[in-house]
Design a protein around this ligand. Structure first.
Ligand SMILES: Nc1nc2c(c(=O)[nH]1)N[C@H]1C(S)=C(S)[C@@H](COP(=O)(O)O)O[C@H]1N2
Ligand SMILES: [Mo]
Length: 199
């Protein structure tokens, strides 16, 4: 009794949106913060990369804005299962910030104003995969979403994209951050559904 004609699948246009396993689409932009929203005055803001040997490279707000910026349009995936497609940002690539940083480290511990931390391999911050962003959807990034500036590393679950980012500690040994210490996955690839330790 099949009414599907032969060749139907061959002619069908694949308009289905590809989402990582277990995720659903959302149009709005939920706010997820463990603890209070941080309000960092721009004149006090700085971003510091510290190497495994303790060498510091720092940027003021003006330094950051003076660097060449990019406008990534990316999909973001929260471990609480919402995904948002085609989000538009502006910021500085980590490739640019790490250009003059002499390091042999394999790991990064990202630090935020307010004490939040998250870890990832240094390679995941390179090759056009991560930015320090300060604008979202044509506006300055609002404090609730991590303004004045947050990390954006969209190929990993969104908890890796630290809001109110303050610095990155480069490390020879991996060191778990806030959620990673609490049982979330060390790496957090949404396409492999690495939500929790052991996934
Ligand atoms: N500093 C800081 N960054 C953070 C968090 C946080 O609690 N504090 N939460 C993370 C989590 S779990 C998610 S899903 C995203 C949420 O970002 P949003 O509030 O802009 O949607 O920020 C991530 N970065
Ligand atoms: Mo999240």
């Amino acid at each position: 009794m099949g009414i599907v004609s032969p060749g139907f699948h061959g002619r069908r246009r694949d308009t289905a949106v590809k989402l990582p396993p277990g995720q659903y689409l959302t149009e709005d932009f939920p706010v997820l913060t463990a603890g209070p929203t941080q309000h960092v005055p721009l004149e006090k803001w700085e971003f510091v990369i510290t190497t495994e040997l303790g060498q510091k490279h720092s940027w003021s707000w003006q330094d950051l804005l003076a660097l060449p910026s990019e406008t990534p349009t990316v999909d973001i995936h929260c471990v609480t299962k919402w995904s948002k497609l085609g989000t538009e940002w502006q910021g500085v690539s980590l490739d640019t910030l790490l250009e003059d940083v002499d390091t042999a480290a394999d790991y990064a511990l990202v630090q935020a104003y307010g004490g939040y931390t998250t870890n990832l391999p240094l390679d995941d911050l390179l090759d056009g995969q991560a930015w320090i962003v300060y604008r979202y959807d044509g506006d300055d990034l609002r404090a609730e979403h991590g303004g004045p500036a947050r990390l954006l590393v969209p190929h990993l679950y969104f908890w890796k994209s630290a809001k109110w980012v303050r610095g990155i500690q480069l490390l020879d040994q991996d060191e778990p951050g806030f959620w990673e210490t609490a049982g979330y996955h060390d790496y957090g690839d949404p396409w492999r559904e690495q939500r929790y330790q052991g996934d």
